[in-house]
Design a protein around this ligand. Structure first.
Ligand code: 5GP
Ligand code: MN
Length: 344
């Protein structure tokens, strides 16, 4: 396995050459796509379509309603709903771009079709420890978002002038959502320069913030109340966690994406540097875990070691097949191992 932060000029030249003639292209985000996954895939899709390619986005499954206004998202095929059609398109693809993930396993039931595909892979991603399935790997863990990388990818191909207001909007969404609205450590001066350029190219920043964040339903706000009530603090480990049972979700008309951001409540407490949320999913028979940290404590390593997940240093996900109570017990029992790191 190798990690390379930038594509070499010769690779860029090769990709430019490759894209000179019309290709059949498939673009894939990870399962349970978020703002960065939908933003980056739709932006790239618009770019490639503009160049004259036949491009299709195939997402492993559906995504929350607050993303269902992003330019061209309505054309996205959901693998879960159209397996046969999706398989055919994947099998016929000349090039397959994988965006915002770096292991086929992150696509769930789509993994097999991707493994069998004959097309050439191009990866654009900012997560740690990329797999080596791609002919071209653009991996940079210092990047705020895959959306920012799509911008730089287009920049490297000397095509910034191709960025339409719609593409600028797509790219803006993912940078905004993955940086917690430009406040996480991954937000650099370059990120702000990219954002400024996107506004110049037609992204309506105020409208985008409203479309993503001001779409609360009454039941979601009530569910937020339950999450806040369930918040527990372990001051000794500077840790806070939230649980949400299937019953609590059901009684608040839970829809995909409703718990987005809840994990950050714990992290907003003074002195807390490690936050977790445990969300029961009876349908899948798992507890979905989101982990966040501030500073050096790596939730990516923590999740990899104990909850079959991963992500970034300060934001990671994982899962558990134990009950929600047992999962929390396991979580608490692990904390003493990290006592020195957490009390720093
Ligand atoms: P979230 O907690 O919002 O689901 O995920 C936080 C970050 O960790 C995201 O960048 C997401 O892509 C990544 N992530 C979430 N779940 C998993 C997982 O099961 N495995 C890996 N490798 N990364 C994950
Ligand atoms: Mn991302």
């Amino acid at each position: 396995m190798y990690i390379r932060d930038l594509m070499s000029t010769s690779e860029i030249r090769e990709i430019k050459e490759l894209l000179k003639t019309p290709k059949k292209i498939v673009i894939v985000p990870h399962r349970n796509p978020d703002g960065d996954a939908i933003g980056s895939t739709t932006a790239l899709h618009q770019y490639l379509t503009g160049l004259g390619h036949e491009s299709v986005i195939i997402a492993p499954n559906d995504y929350p309603n607050f993303l269902k206004w992003i330019p061209t998202e309505s054309s996205i095929i959901k693998y879960e709903n159209e397996v046969e059609k999706a398989k055919e398109i994947i099998a016929a693809a000349d090039i397959i771009f994988t965006l915002d993930f770096n292991h086929f396993s992150r696509t769930g039931m789509m993994e097999e079709a991707l493994k069998e595909a004959k097309g050439m892979y191009i990866m654009i991603d900012h997560h740690q420890a990329p797999d080596d399935y791609a002919a071209y790997t653009y991996s940079d863990t210092s990047m705020s978002s895959t959306c920012q990388m799509v911008y730089h990818f287009i920049e490297k191909l000397d095509d910034l002038a191709c960025i339409t207001p719609e593409m600028a909007t797509s790219i803006y969404v993912g940078i905004m959502t993955d940086t917690g609205s430009f406040r996480f450590r991954s937000t650099t001066s370059t990120t702000h320069r990219v954002i400024a350029d996107l506004i110049d190219r037609g992204a309506d920043n105020t409208q985008i913030h409203q479309n993503i964040y001001d779409t609360n339903t009454y039941s979601r706000l009530q569910l937020q109340g339950v999450a806040l009530k369930n918040l527990k603090v372990l001051p000794e480990y500077r840790t806070a966690y939230i649980t949400l049972s299937q019953e609590e979700l059901d009684s608040h008309d839970f829809k995909k994406g409703d718990t987005e951001g809840f994990v950050n409540f714990g992290l907003s407490l003074e002195g807390i540097i490690f936050a977790a949320i445990f969300i029961e999913n009876k349908g899948e028979g798992i507890i979905k875990i989101s982990l966040r940290s501030k500073g050096d404590f790596s939730v990516n390593e923590f999740s990899r070691a104990h909850f079959s997940g991963g992500g970034h240093n300060n934001a990671a996900g994982g899962k558990s097949e134990l009950s929600i109570e047992e999962t929390v017990d396991k979580f608490i029992s692990i904390l003493p191992t990290y006592k020195t790191q957490l009390s720093k």
